[in-house]
Design a protein around this ligand. Structure first.
Ligand SMILES: Nc1ncnc2c1ncn2[C@@H]1O[C@H](COP(=O)(O)OP(=O)(O)OP(=O)(O)O)[C@@H](O)[C@H]1O
Ligand SMILES: [Mg+2]
Length: 112
C-alpha cells in the first residue's frame, strides 16, 4: 500500500438515481504518470473530486488512500500532499506554461 500514490477500492458515487461510479478500483504507483480516460459523463471529474476530498465518496466505497493517507480518517494530510488544477482554469489561455507554474509556486508560498 505504501508504494501507491493513489489507492481506491470499490469507489462508489450516485447522484439521485444516477449511478456515476459503480465500484471502481484505482492503484497508481508513486513516481508514475496516470491518465484517467473515458467518454463525457463517464465519471472522471467525480472520481478526481472524491480523490481530492472535494466531494465525499458514496456509501459502500472501500478504503481510499492518497499519498498513503486514509481519506476517511485523515483528509487534511491527503490535501497537504496533493495539488489539483481544474479543467477550465480561468488563466490557461492568458498566461504561458511557465507563468502558470510560477503562479502555482506563489500560491503554495514556495521560496524563490
Ligand atoms: N453534482 C452533481 N449532481 C448531479 N449529477 C452530477 C453531479 N456531478 C456530476 N453529475 C453527473 O455524473 C455523471 C458523471 O459526471 P462527471 O462530470 O464526473 O463526468 P466526466 O467523466 O468528468 O465528464 P466530462 O468528460 O464531460 O468532463 C454525469 O452524468 C453528470 O451529469
Ligand atoms: Mg470532467
Amino acid at each position: 500500500m505504501t508504494n501507491l500514490a493513489i489507492a481506491a477500492n470499490g469507489l462508489r458515487k450516485s447522484y439521485g438515481d444516477k449511478n456515476v461510479l459503480d465500484g471502481i478500483d484505482i492503484a497508481v504507483p508513486r513516481g508514475t504518470v496516470f491518465s484517467l480516460l473515458g467518454p463525457n459523463g463517464a465519471g472522471k471529474t467525480t472520481a478526481v473530486k472524491i480523490l481530492s476530498t472535494l466531494v465525499p465518496p458514496g456509501p459502500g466505497s472501500g478504503e481510499i488512500r492518497v499519498g498513503g493517507h486514509d481519506l476517511a480518517t485523515d483528509p487534511q494530510a491527503a490535501r497537504a500532499a496533493i495539488g489539483v488544477t481544474g479543467q477550465f482554469s480561468a488563466v490557461d489561455g492568458l498566461i504561458t506554461g511557465e507563468e502558470n507554474m510560477l503562479l502555482m509556486a506563489d500560491l503554495h508560498r514556495l521560496p524563490k
